[in-house]
Design a protein around this ligand. Structure first.
Ligand code: ZN
Length: 122
């Protein structure tokens, strides 16, 4: 990895941190939510085996529903489930399924996910 790549990565990391701080906590935005679980399966280009992952959110978690891409060279990519989750909460839905593909640059081994979101209400 060259230096300009590194600094781009560092800038992306700092931006992610700032986004967390800006997002605030789940209980502030969604006081009716007891927990959110993202059950997902990663599929990465060039790798045969799928990788399962579970991400949990609680009232004290940051209300930032972003999941990283598996590609090491991925910049500005990842999966944003914010719209999915806020729509579910608005409609008081408990489960939703779908899939997303990473649209980041500049590497060629970005991943895709199949997800299932489960929300428990207080
Ligand atoms: Zn990616």
């Amino acid at each position: 990895m060259n230096n300009s790549m590194n600094s781009r990565k560092n800038a992306a990391r700092a931006e992610r941190l700032q986004r967390r701080i800006d997002a605030g906590f789940v209980d502030k935005h969604f006081p009716e939510v007891a927990s959110i679980v993202i059950n997902m399966m990663y599929n990465q280009k060039g790798i045969q085996k799928s990788l399962p992952r579970i991400v949990n959110f609680f009232p004290s978690s940051y209300a930032l529903f972003r999941v990283d891409c598996l590609s090491r060279g991925c910049v500005d990519g990842g999966f944003d489930l914010t719209q999915v989750i806020t729509a579910m909460i608005r409609n008081h839905r408990e489960t939703a399924k779908g899939d997303l593909s990473c649209e980041g640059g500049p590497s060629h081994d970005h991943s895709a996910i199949v997800y299932e979101v489960t929300i428990q209400y207080a």
